[in-house]
Write a protein that binds this ligand. Structure first.
Ligand code: SF4
Ligand code: SF4
Length: 151
């Protein structure tokens, strides 16, 4: 008997609180948000920040040392089919920006920058591919041969 009375009282309470809840919801809908919007701005990295690093493939001697030393396994040696030479390909998605590769390269083939790989500044560069470098090099060579005057 007591149980039934309690249940009935709860039902009445719920029915009364529903309009209250609706009122609160509507009020909150038109209220100013309590959070503060941070204005979008580009944060300049500090000097010495380890950013995107690229391989100067013209300098690279294909020793594979950078790939061997990379602790994140972010460097894969890619073979150029025409020359059979292998060049490093960096996956910035895996890279932890420790710069071990930069330190170990015997010919200083790595060019460093403070360019951030974060998506808020520029689109993420996923890979630096030696194949693309080789293709553009070939194209440049072909166009310069075509442009040079014939004897
Ligand atoms: S910076 Fe470090 S993690 Fe990134 S590619 Fe070089 S060695 Fe690998
Ligand atoms: S360590 Fe330097 S020279 Fe050797 S493969 Fe890497 S970029 Fe090329």
């Amino acid at each position: 008997m007591e149980e039934t009375r309690k249940r009935e009282a709860a039902k009445v309470n719920n029915a009364l609180s529903l309009p209250k809840l609706l009122g609160k919801t509507l009020k909150n809908l038109f209220k100013k948000p309590s959070t503060v919007m941070v204005p979008p701005r580009e944060i300049k990295p500090a000097e010495g920040y380890r950013g995107i690093h690229r391989v100067n493939y013209d300098k690279c001697i294909s020793c594979s040392l950078c790939a061997i030393e990379c602790p994140a396994l972010a460097i894969k040696m890619v073979t150029i089919p025409e020359t059979k030479k292998r060049y490093p390909e960096i996956d910035y998605g895996k890279c932890i920006f420790c710069y071990r590769c930069v330190e170990v390269c015997p010919v200083n083939a790595y060019e460093v920058s403070i360019e951030k790989p974060a998506p808020e500044t520029k689109p993420v560069i996923i890979k630096e591919t030696p194949l693309e470098w080789y293709k553009s090099k070939k194209t440049q060579q072909t166009s310069s041969t075509q442009q040079s005057p014939q004897k």
